[in-house]
Design a protein around this ligand. Structure first.
Ligand code: FUB
Ligand code: ZN
Length: 648
């Protein structure tokens, strides 16, 4: 999708450019900025989800990573610190070479978790207090494993392996997460506590001193992640330390893209190094690597105004989203290599790693900021509400590494490679920073996600703005947004109107487009949807209420005929949620249920199920004898049901 926007052209940053890059610099609309809340109050659906993460899942992960837990990855930091102090390590390294990643992601999730105002919820407040204390315990421990020059990788230090000697050891991937953790901690504390931020800068400086154009070293790393991290750090350093001070990190990120395909021995599809990054057009290879790699390309497009990176990111998005995306937002269908499969190859038992879903969410966020179009927020909504949210159980003690649409596996408390455990909460809790964004001039406020919440934005059109959303979304479609500008001001509010036909692969019936209603202070507003948003411009005063009502009829979703796995199948969607048939809810085999095309579908609230859930009821399903395809389990689930092809 290529979009044109009118408005001021703002050349972003003071990025360093030289040689061939200069020709690539083209003015483009300034990207949107996320509204990142240091404090926000949540209600309703997302409060429930945040509580599950903060009270259950994150503490569960913390326990597993500490002594006596299932993984004990924290012990690696103790051992690395011992080595750095010249002592013999008190034990051997535990886990995979990239095990440091899990505590880092978890710390980032904790940083996000601390932003939620408990608003009298004692359980939430107590859980946050415990996580705050955990941070105070973990930060010195983690920092004790950082080498004086900023390098940190406990696998290499404990095992005394020369640095940057094996691309499968993930030194860049892990240090990328370390840097992202530093950025998140800075934001969570509004810069009052700079321990992790300063450590992130030391780490990035060490990378910058080592790698880059000659005479520095050229080295292709195995797993992307460093690129988005360096761009995040560069952007923050430019804000905190002064424009231009962070540009070297962005240049280093770009350097990694520019050299990735150059050593012939490391050229391969699995690691997205088969072609120069800007020439790539198909989402290929390991899906987590891919989504991280492509997200960083969108960052370069934004930060360096690069047309080549923007066009490549657009092409790759078209490939991943319009030909390789599951209805749930999952990506990476192939079990072999945890990879993107061919176009339209979307088997219902496809892999869909949780980290790949997180990667798609991060990528969608950047594409959204780059293009200011609702489509990207639609995709991000779908992956957050389905692929990622469903990865952790309601008890907050078990998770899915793989998220196929049909299966009979149970979630597990841990994994031999628990790379997803901290990624899931950091992707979900980031919802607080996805609700709103602002254009560069700060006179247009985008409402991207519907989340019952209240928070304060420092500057919209020159005034402070308190903004609240009241909604039961995703169960109900009504959203009321109350604005309290400190002084009356004229600005535009862009309201996202979701397009439930997420991409070229899926079409939903009934077609609900155009069925939304918008009002201001009780009076209807008529406006066209452009790029996924409706613009409402007026002078806003304290207490003004903007309302949107979204159609929430259950929809049948049909898939492009080129997806063979879905021939004769239909899926059910209501709002952003893809519904599953689970054997546990039915007296008969869920996999033998047939949904006749004309059967009525009725949304029905069930307070007794799953802590309260909107179910879809069909009173006249049919049964099919399909013993041959029955899954071998008493608990199976499937997102697609057969639809009845028999003519009545
Ligand atoms: O290699 C690090 C992580 O472990 C990858 O992103 C996951 O797919 C898993 O292989
Ligand atoms: Zn993972």
């Amino acid at each position: 999708m290529r979009l044109k926007r009118s408005g001021p052209i703002v050349l972003l940053g003071l990025a360093w450019r030289q040689g061939p890059m200069a020709a690539d610099v083209t003015p483009a609309p300034a990207p949107l900025e996320q509204v990142c809340f240091e404090h926000i109050r949540l209600e309703g659906f997302w409060k429930q989800q945040a509580k599950r993460m903060i009270e259950k899942w994150i503490p569960h992960c913390v326990r597993q990573m500490e002594a006596g837990g299932r993984g004990q990855e924290l012990l690696n930091f103790v051992r690395a610190a011992e080595v750095l102090q010249g002592k013999e390590p008190s034990g051997t390294f535990t886990g995979c070479p990239w095990s440091d990643a899990y505590p880092y992601n978890t710390v980032e999730a904790i940083c996000l978790a601390l932003a939620f105002d408990p608003a009298g919820d004692e359980q939430l407040a107590a859980a946050q207090q415990a996580l705050r204390a955990k941070l105070e315990e973990w930060i010195p421990l983690i920092l004790s494993a950082q080498c004086p020059d900023g390098y940190i990788h406990t696998f290499h230090v404990v095992n005394k392996i020369p640095r940057y000697s094996n691309i499968n050891h993930h030194e860049f991937y892990v240090q990328g997460y370390f840097i992202e953790m530093g950025v998140a901690h800075y934001l969570a504390t509004a810069g009052r506590d700079r321990r992790l931020y300063a450590a992130a800068i030391r780490c990035a400086d060490q990378l910058d001193a080592t790698f880059g154009p000659a005479p520095k070293r050229t080295w292709v790393h195995g797993h992307p992640g460093i690129e988005i991290a360096l761009c995040r750090l560069g952007r923050l350093v430019n804000q905190v330390e002064g424009a231009g001070r962070g540009d070297k990190y962005i240049r280093l990120a770009r350097h990694q893209y520019e050299i990735r395909h150059t050593p012939a021995e490391h050229r391969n599809v699995y690691r997205q190094s088969h072609l120069p990054a800007v020439e790539q057009a198909e989402a290929l290879g390991h899906a987590v690597r891919g989504t991280y790699f492509y997200a960083g390309m969108a960052d370069i497009a934004m930060l360096q105004q690069s047309a080549a990176y923007r066009q490549a990111a657009d092409r790759l998005w078209d490939s991943a989203v319009h030909r390789k995306l599951y209805l749930t937002g999952g990506v990476g269908a192939a079990h072999k290599d945890e990879a993107f499969a061919a176009d339209y190859e979307l088997p219902n038992d496809g892999y869909c790693e949780s980290c790949a879903g997180c990667g798609l969410s991060f990528w969608a966020d950047r594409m959204h900021r780059l293009h200011a179009a609702g489509h990207y927020a639609d995709v991000q909504e779908r992956v957050l509400y389905n692929n990622i949210l469903g990865a952790v159980d309601l008890a907050g003690e078990n998770f899915f590494y793989q998220n196929p649409l049909a299966g009979n596996r149970r979630r597990h408390p841990w994994h031999g490679c628990p790379c997803c455990i901290g990624n899931i909460p950091r992707a979900l809790l980031a919802i607080k920073d996805l609700i709103y964004s602002l254009n560069a001039a700060k006179d247009t406020l985008y409402v991207n996600q519907f989340v019952a919440s209240e928070g304060a934005i420092a500057d919209v059109a020159g005034t402070a703005l308190r903004i609240a959303q009241q909604t039961d979304y995703p169960w109900k479609g009504e959203v009321a947004i109350t604005l309290h500008p400190a002084a009356p001001k004229t600005f535009t509010v862009m309201l996202r109107v979701p397009d439930r036909d997420l991409c070229a692969l899926y079409s939903s019936k009934p077609d609900l487009s155009g069925r939304h209603r918008i009002g201001v202070n009780g009076r209807a507003v008529r406006a066209k949807v452009r790029d996924g948003y409706v613009a409402v411009r007026r002078k806003w005063a304290a207490g003004d209420r903007l309302e949107i009502s979204l159609p929430m009829e259950p929809q049948r979703v049909y898939c492009d005929a080129r997806v063979r796995a879905n021939h004769g199948r239909v899926a059910l969607l209501r709002g952003p949620l893809v519904y599953n048939l689970e054997s546990v809810d039915h007296t008969t085999d869920a996999l033998a249920l047939v949904l006749p095309p004309a059967a009525k579908l009725q949304a029905e609230w069930r307070a007794d199920l799953l802590g309260g859930v909107m179910t879809i009821r069909c009173d006249d399903p049919q049964l099919l004898d399909r013993k041959s395809t029955r899954l071998n389990s008493s608990h199976s689930s499937i997102s697609y049901a057969d639809f009845c092809l028999k003519k009545k």
